[in-house]
Write a new protein. Structure first.
Length: 361
């Protein structure tokens, strides 16, 4: 701003050991000659002081070492209620204390049993999608050769969340590149005209509704061939992309949901889905998602720390619970084999996310 004093040392002290300070004016980075030995700009109209830069045209940029995202599908294992556990707690979204990841810095990411880490590129709320175009994207859009078919249409749009989603799903499910490109291109070009899927507005309810519709579809298509199942999965991918684009789901949550649906309908997988989720059926029907989450937690918290619990908001008596560790699922299943598990004095059924109806050849 105009005539603002900025104490570089004071700012730097709060940024940690690893930081980069850039001083620039509107014409470029100030040279060494522009700054006197005592740290005061020659453009200063008076005053002085160690570490003070005064320049009406100068701007200060400070970049600290960015934080890392945690593991995919299980950002940090821990008890329910800790905001660092997952991007939502049941039906109530939780803001992440972490930053966006860029595709340039993706490495070593764990997907449940396998790991990768994302290096963040710019501070942002993980629950919000960044649908803006970069300057590079604008140049490409104004360049006719950008549409010569030599690269994915999505390359014209620099949406980091969608890039994370695409990379993660492609690592988990076979032959989904074309499905993802189609879904993303459609979502990005339709923008606000796209319809929100599954009649829910939080990540827990979205996942529960999508799982319910998948099991309902599978009942009617038990002997369906792989092509039919791919068509259904395309619709799921379309919806998953929209939820990420609109900021309703973190891309890793959405990737986990897609991985789970692919598992349930029997698509070929590249990675096995971590066994941490139980589907619950036969509950008392209610549309109160908060109450539904509460009764699931009360029934299952004895088996271990819970990451997420939610019901389908469409009065279907359907929900799910996801534990921090697979051994909690095993405890619940062992209990279920020898005794009833009750929710609100009603015996419920539970099962893991797995395929029991292979695709017909």
């Amino acid at each position: 701003g105009d005539n603002n004093d900025m104490d570089i040392a004071g700012i730097a002290s709060g940024m940690g050991d690893s930081m980069e300070v850039k001083i620039s004016d509107h014409n470029g980075v100030l040279s060494q000659d522009d700054i006197t030995n005592d740290g005061v700009s020659d453009n200063d109209d008076g005053g002085g002081g160690q570490g003070i830069v005064r320049d009406t045209n100068a701007s200060l940029q400070i970049q600290s070492s960015p934080p890392r995202l945690g593991s995919m599908y299980d950002i940090e294992s821990g008890p329910l209620g800790n905001p660092s556990v997952s991007s939502s707690v049941g039906n109530a979204p939780v803001a992440h204390p972490m930053a966006y990841a860029t595709m340039d810095s993706i490495f070593s990411q764990q997907v449940g049993q396998y790991q990768e880490s994302f290096q963040s590129g710019a501070p942002a709320n993980l629950m919000m999608a960044d649908a803006s175009f970069s300057s590079d994207s604008e140049d490409e859009l104004n360049n006719p050769s950008a549409f010569d078919g030599s690269h994915d249409e999505l390359d014209n749009y620099k949406n980091r969340d969608l890039e994370i989603l695409r990379d993660t799903v492609e690592e988990a499910v076979e032959d989904v590149e074309g499905m993802l490109s189609l879904a993303m291109t459609r979502a990005l070009t339709e923008g606000d005209e796209a319809d929100l899927p599954w009649g829910a507005d939080d990540s827990g309810s979205i996942e529960a509704s999508c799982l319910f519709e998948t099991y309902d579809w599978l009942k009617r298509n038990e002997e369906s061939p792989l092509d039919t199942r791919n068509e259904f999965f395309q619709e799921v991918i379309n919806g998953v992309v929209i939820t990420v684009l609109f900021g309703l789901m973190h891309p890793l949550e959405a990737a986990q949901l897609a991985h789970g649906i692919a598992t349930v309908i029997g698509l070929p997988l590249l990675k096995e889905l971590p066994t941490k989720t139980l589907v619950i059926t036969g509950m008392r029907k209610t549309t109160d998602v908060d109450r539904g989450q509460h009764v699931i937690l009360a029934a299952f918290e004895r088996f271990g720390p819970i990451e997420q619990a939610a019901i389908s908001p469409n009065n279907r008596g359907f929900g799910f619970v996801r534990f921090s560790k697979p051994k909690s699922v095993q405890r619940a299943l062992e209990k279920y084999r020898v005794a009833e598990i009750e929710i609100q004095n009603v015996s419920v059924s539970i099962k893991t996310l797995e395929n029991t109806t292979p695709a017909r050849e």
